[in-house]
Write a new protein. Structure first.
Ligand SMILES: Cc1ncc(COP(=O)(O)O)c(C=O)c1O
Length: 403
């Protein structure tokens, strides 16, 4: 415990310990903290569906029907029918043959990446030739991919090479150098800290040229990007071309869970080999019922997405005209780059004092001296709320000499 205490003392002395606030009520886009309403600019509830009356009603009906948990792995007795229905609907939504759900998005990456890239026969029971050595499998991952991808890669025991963020020359160099290996390229669809979009067409072209598989983590694109909200592949006109399409149910869908969509054989294989499918419990039943309702709304009500994009345009234009550096954000994730860790913490606290919830994102989540206020706008922000926030961002920017 000595080392743990020393680390805690250090982080507290250097103001590195995160402010983890306790939220008492969630009237999105506001949140209530210690009796005061804050305008929330940091939620991934992009379409406001977590509190949509139709979604809440469906979840409550789910509780009446199934109770609140499956209490078993799906391998044993936890494979309730609504999960199978949900997987059929997710596959249809993504335009793929099949899908498989997991309890969270993080667990999806922890389960899928090793299943595909670890030794496929750990017990030596299949009498077929296999790439047995860990070094025969190579994962090539964008440097800014999400932590759950990094952890999934680590567990897989495959060799991992990171390519410079979105640098296709670097990706090709690695593909060329390791052309004889069994290869998986992984990228976020929308990058979670910068809000930019992966160059998927180029990635797929290179993958075809050098015989690699492609996996996309579309946590922040699902429900948001594309004419029908199917995500990054739809937005870029590449539907059906990604081998392994991962998504989360915890952001635009408003619930909890993760999923992967692709071919029948991919999904069948993942059921055989994914530890986080086999050895843990599934999405709770009422969540599955709520998610089914949310998926219907996403498809039936394009106005949800239209409102979101209207807000993205307004917030971005306002920030740009104030002179903030929002790097290359192309989506609802809009970072205000501040740089110094301490300045970023102080700026975030200033926003909080003025009624805006927008936490500081700092090292080690992002690189040192690239600290930022990571803003997200959601469909249910009003124009007045965005304008009010812009006034406060403006005074924050001036006070801390950011603009
Ligand atoms: C890109 C990305 N992948 C995966 C996850 C994990 O998703 P979940 O919160 O559903 O576990 C996140 C969460 O922030 C994410 O941003």
């Amino acid at each position: 415990m000595k080392l743990i205490n020393e680390i805690l003392q250090y982080t507290e002395a250097h103001d590195l310990y995160p402010d983890i606030r306790v939220v008492d009520a969630v009237p999105y886009p506001n949140l209530v903290i210690e009796g005061k309403e804050y305008l929330c600019f940091c939620s991934n509830n992009y379409l406001g569906l977590s509190i949509h009356p139709t979604v809440k009603r469906a979840a409550m009906e789910g509780i009446q029907k199934y109770g609140i948990g499956t209490c078993e792995s799906r391998f044993i007795a936890g494979n309730i029918r609504v999960l199978e229905e949900l997987e059929q609907e997710l596959a249809k939504f993504k335009g793929r043959d099949a899908s498989l759900t997991f309890a969270t998005g993080f667990l999806t990456n922890l389960g899928v990446i090793p299943a595909i890239m670890d030794n496929p026969d750990p017990f030596g029971i299949y009498d077929i030739p296999l790439p047995i050595n860990d070094e025969d499998n190579l994962i090539i991952s964008d440097f800014l991919n999400h932590q759950s991808i990094r952890e999934g890669c680590r567990i897989s025991r495959a060799q991992v090479k990171n390519y410079i963020h979105k640098d296709m020359n670097h990706l090709e160099k690695i593909l060329k150098r390791y052309k004889d290996k069994r290869k998986l390229i992984i990228t976020d669809g929308v990058f979670s800290m910068d809000g930019d979009i992966a160059p998927l067409a180029d990635i797929i072209r290179l993958a075809r040229t050098y015989d690699a598989m492609v996996m996309v983590d579309d946590a922040h694109g699902t429900g948001v990007l594309g004419e029908n909200g199917k995500g990054t592949a739809e937005y870029l006109g590449l539907e059906g071309q990604v081998d392994i399409e991962m998504g989360t149910l915890s952001k635009a869908i408003g619930a909890i869970g993760g999923f992967v969509a692709g071919s029948e054989s991919l999904i069948k294989y993942l059921k055989l080999r994914s530890s986080s499918f086999i050895y843990t419990s599934a999405i709770p039943p009422e969540q599955a019922c709520g998610i089914l309702a949310a998926l219907k709304l996403i498809q039936a009500e394009p106005s949800l997405r239209e409102n979101l994009w209207r807000n993205v345009r307004r917030l971005k234009a306002g920030l740009a005209s104030l002179g903030f550096n929002i790097v290359n954000s192309e989506t609802q994730i809009i970072p205000i780059i501040i740089g110094s860790e301490q300045k970023c913490v102080d700026a975030s606290r200033y926003l909080f004092e003025h009624g805006i919830l927008a936490p500081a994102i700092k090292y080690p989540v992002v690189k040192k001296n690239e600290s930022r206020i990571r803003l997200t706008t959601i469909a249910t922000h009003t124009e007045e709320q965005i304008d009010k926030a812009l006034d406060i961002f403006s005074s924050m920017g001036k006070k801390f000499s950011i603009i």
